[in-house]
Design a protein around this ligand. Sequence first.
Ligand code: NAP
Length: 297
Amino acid sequence: MTETLLVTGASGQLGRAVIRHLLGAQKVAPASIIATTRDPENLADLAALGITVRAADFNDPASLEKAFAGADRVLIVSTGDLDLKTGRRLKQHEAAVAAAKKAGVSHLLYTSMPNPEPVSPVLFAGDHYGTEQAIKASGIPYTIFRNGWYQENLFLALPHAIASGKWYSSAGDGRIAHGARDDMAAAIAAGLASGSKESNIYTLTGPHAYTTSEIATLVTEVTGKPLEVIQLPDEALTEGVKAAGLPEDFARIIVSFDANTRSGRIAMVTDAVETLSGRKPQTLKQFLEANKAALAG
Ligand SMILES: NC(=O)c1ccc[n+]([C@@H]2O[C@H](COP(=O)([O-])OP(=O)(O)OC[C@H]3O[C@@H](n4cnc5c(N)ncnc54)[C@H](OP(=O)(O)O)[C@@H]3O)[C@@H](O)[C@H]2O)c1
């Protein structure tokens, strides 16, 4: 029997890439795919391909249940609703899990983060940990993808750092194996289309873990521009990020990433991307070379 696969957040960068890989490498027929969004007009191009597009709002549980009807395998892409004060994102994800249960979904897939347990310094880790717990409590067999940090996240810090020659950090000698968003999407699409019945957790990473200094050395190699890493305490870095114009909560989130890196909780390297998707993950050097102009002007 052909299973019906559903992707939430299908208008987003990750969701769109997952759908592209379902149609491409995974050879899933458009008629077997449901894509959800708050505004179906965003997905008119997918509807034109024969994909079923449905409206679903994570703040409206009834819309989720309706949207999930008839889906066998549902990928919940975590929303970007990072409101530290209300805990809204966890409520949204819990609503999606409850809706999947009511709709009789047979397999639930979710995009989490590495090591999300309560000791994590990452300020929104509780959203992912809480969602993982809700999925396990639902009794629905699951595949959890703990997505490591995207190489694309480096667009946040590097252009300014390269331009000024100074990269402020509190990550110390902690390492990160940044991975390409598209590689993670390929792995997630493979898991979604796999028909697997058992429950699994995969941590998705790039192929090598680097310290901030090592990344800076690679950046200099690729761009020819000197880049000095300046280590600061978390508090001083938070003040610096705020002074650069970012809102306080976002500054605190960004600095919590560095505290997490420093703690070693995101230093792992796995082969899950290649095992699931069959393709070699993009290296950090390849990412920097491909984006040299955008990063270094
Ligand atoms: N691992 C990493 O390094 C990393 C980096 C960035 C983000 N992330 C996580 O990965 C997720 C996907 O990333 P992305 O780059 O694809 O994000 P994105 O482009 O901002 O897309 C987010 C998607 O979430 C959907 N969404 C947001 N609020 C919603 C709501 N209330 N109800 C229904 N849908 C809602 C949006 O759909 P509509 O607007 O069409 O409704 C959109 O398609 C992010 O949301 C974040 O949780 C991870």
